[in-house]
Design a protein around this ligand. Sequence first.
Ligand SMILES: [Zn+2]
Length: 655
Amino acid sequence: MRPLNVLVSLLASLGMTAHVLASEPQVNWPLPRAIAPPPAIALPRDTPYPGTIRLDVDASDAARGIHRIHETVPVRGSRHLTLLFPQWIPGDPVPPNALDQLAGLAMSANGKPLRWRRDAVESAAFHVDVPAGAHAIDLDFQFLVPADQRIGPVLSTPTMMDLQWQSHTLYPAGYYTRRILVAPSLTLPKDWQFASSLTGARRAGNTVQFSTVSLETLVDSPVMASRWMRQFTLSDDPVPVRLDVAADSEAGLEIPGDIVDQYRRAVAQAYKLFGGRHFDHYDMMLWMSDSFGPSYFEQRRSDESALPAAFFSNRERYKRSFGNPFHGFVHSWNGLFRVPAAMWTANFNTPPQDSLLWVFEGLTVYWNEVLNARSGIASREEALGVLETEISDVVNRPGLQWRTLQDASDQVNIQRGNGSIFPEGRRQPWPDWQLNNDEPYEQGALIWLDIDTLIRQRSKGQRSLDDFARGFFGVRDGSLVAAPYTFDDLVAGLDAVLPFDWKTFLLARVDSVGIKTDLDGIDRGGYRLVWSEDQSPTQRTRESRRGTADLRFSVGMTVAKDGSVTEVAWGSPAWNAGLVIGAKIVSINGRPFEAAEIKSAVADARPGDVLELRVARGSTEQQLSVALVGGLRYPHLERVQDAPGLLDDILEARH
Ligand SMILES: [Zn+2]
């Protein structure tokens, strides 16, 4: 040890550092010391909670979104109770539940008020001492639902409501949620109807008492309620699948008969795909309103979709996202019944680990699209159009040079509220370089197309991903209990369909740096990605709907009608020139900016041509020269003549 090191280690042993010595004057007062964190909250144990919690939710003031909750939590001999507000909900890997909407919390025992204290570290935990002789703690609080989407999801209005139990309950720490029993009741506004996957409903006036269930089942069973509701039967065989529709008016409940038939065929095709099912009945719930939502959630026995009022009546609107409700239906198998083991949690305050999100979401996106085509919800051309759009969104992902799809799955936990799932959340400055929550969905779906076509090719058409659906997701028919799986289980499940080195195959696509978007499934499917200067009708529609010129694949940016740059591709000509999101183009090649002219300025460009842009950044202006590499460019899926049409086969209805 050299003399200086001796000094450093001497100072370190005294709790001082060389940095302090070097930059601070000699001090005689004590240096700050970290104090120990508060005691950890009890981990959930697989043991029954003694007694049944009574939970009464009064949502009669749905119009203002003020939901009043009274809850009685039995206590047997314990002197201290820690109550948790649910944060992480199965099937919902991204956002924590809205803790800041809980208000008015008061606790009492035998009519005497009790002081509670929030945990200093876990904000969703509340501590209270139980007085001697008390058999229960009474809780009163409100859940305040935003009335404006700028504040948060609008799930309660004068005409409709999505009652999610996880926002209306506090539950004792230390127990698996499946071991906590709850007797729930719900008071509705006068004359409202309701639907739910909960059973045993008894209605007296406006109050509905449901059968006692575990907290796990309760949170899995939201209640749709509305002044105007209608129910369609999508299947009766072997168990009921219902389409529940709520609307702002009676007229809003209309769904064209041909669409209901398509939905019925989609349920039938899902049954053919998976074989077994893991619900005793299922409620597909649709809220049709322009002032409701956003709400897209899925449970084992129901799913929730908030849709525009004109979703079904305006075919143009419908075609944009026709198959959305079936995303949640596929999740009943992929994500809720078969759940990634690290994503399954024993209670609602344990963060899930999302490492297999590329299966959870990617395979759901893939099968959602397959079912759309097989049921006729989408024609083959429309299904291919959706695929083409998806590919064009992710084909150029320079971020794959430094991040893996695995990493984009792992990061969802810490990046909540970002990306396009929750548009009100923080956006990224350079999405294609940073990668976001979309990757597990869209890149994931392309990997599953790769796998499906590979199985079909290597087995000479004898086997397909449909066999994997039955063998991995359709097992234990009728079971209502989740069946967690690991990456190794997944590999074994694929191997049972077709012996192959799936582990190497998957790791190369999911956990390798420096790869490109996986288009092998497209090529093997009998199609190829080609580029042309013309836009497809889908691309034109999308562009006019968004009100932006799509120059992502030529200049490397998208531009709004007022000249604002809304997207810049990392490493593109626009990026090289210094453009950023938020810059506003004032003039092009010396002429004032006109939305209609930006494309023609690029249309006939040759490599080496320069686009001179005058750009405003706040009160300053810049002159930027964009060195073009050519004219307009758009991606298209094109059928390869004479190649086997595996993709066409995949999209074909099963009989
Ligand atoms: Zn999903």
